[in-house]
Design a protein around this ligand. Structure first.
Ligand SMILES: [Zn+2]
Length: 233
């Protein structure tokens, strides 16, 4: 099922502290070439644009090897339903803009925005060490870059609110610039002229980690939605 959005692990498992990489790059590549994730020990944000590109707090962007493993991945193929030329696209108006073209409240949507950005705020974490700290502590200590006038691509997904314990509800976007030197998880953006492409995803499947740690881990996270909001936005 080529159009399916495949997810490895859940956002709630990640928020509960399961940061070890368990899903190999080459396994995920059998499910597509477009998506996002985070790398082992939360060392970096991963942008999947054919290659798995890792943006770490303390290193340059690099291409990950096929045998490296990640704790969380969302991956699919991307064949746009529609491509829109738009100006002044921002995180705050993206929903309204897309809503003019499709009804997205109850489905997943793959989103790709390519072009020039006036303003971009992205973040990159640092590798964590065991015993792993709480996710809120990890994201209190990360690199936040504010860049202006940069060309590149935003890649990610819209997740409907009713799936908020499994994925990041709303828009979850990662960025990679055209030179593949600057990347990360997108906190905010404002574009100049861009190409906004989307593809509705009516099929969504999840692969859970087949490891003892997952089987015995307490997945209850206190104030989960507050924590996700804090970490992912
Ligand atoms: Zn992210």
């Amino acid at each position: 099922m080529a159009k399916e959005l495949k997810q490895f692990s859940t956002i709630n498992a990640l928020m509960a502290g399961l940061y070890d990489g368990v899903f190999a790059v080459n396994t995920a590549k059998t499910c597509g070439n477009f998506g996002l994730g985070c790398s082992h020990a939360l060392a970096g944000e991963v942008i999947i644009d054919k290659d798995f590109l890792e943006a770490r707090g303390d290193q340059d962007v690099r291409i990950m090897a096929n045998n490296e493993c990640l704790p969380f991945i969302q991956i699919t193929t991307f064949q746009p339903d529609k491509i829109i030329r738009a100006e002044n696209v921002q995180k705050s108006n993206l929903y309204t803009l897309l809503q003019q073209h499709l009804s997205l409240d109850n489905i997943f949507v793959a989103v790709k925005i390519t072009g020039k950005f006036h303003m971009l705020k992205i973040r990159r974490p640092f590798a964590q060490h065991k015993p792993y700290p709480a996710i809120t502590d990890v994201f209190a200590n990360q690199v936040v870059d504010s860049v202006s006038d940069i060309e590149g691509t935003l890649i990610g997904f819209w997740t409907p609110d009713c799936f908020k314990e499994l994925s990041v509800a709303g828009f979850h976007l990662h960025f990679i610039d055209t030179t593949r030197k600057i990347g990360g998880h997108v906190i905010d953006f404002n574009s100049e002229q861009v190409e906004l492409a989307y593809e509705c995803k009516y099929s969504f499947s999840i692969v859970l980690p087949e490891i003892e740690e997952y089987l015995h881990h307490d997945l209850q996270v206190k104030d989960l939605h507050k924590v996700i909001g804090l970490v992912e936005n």
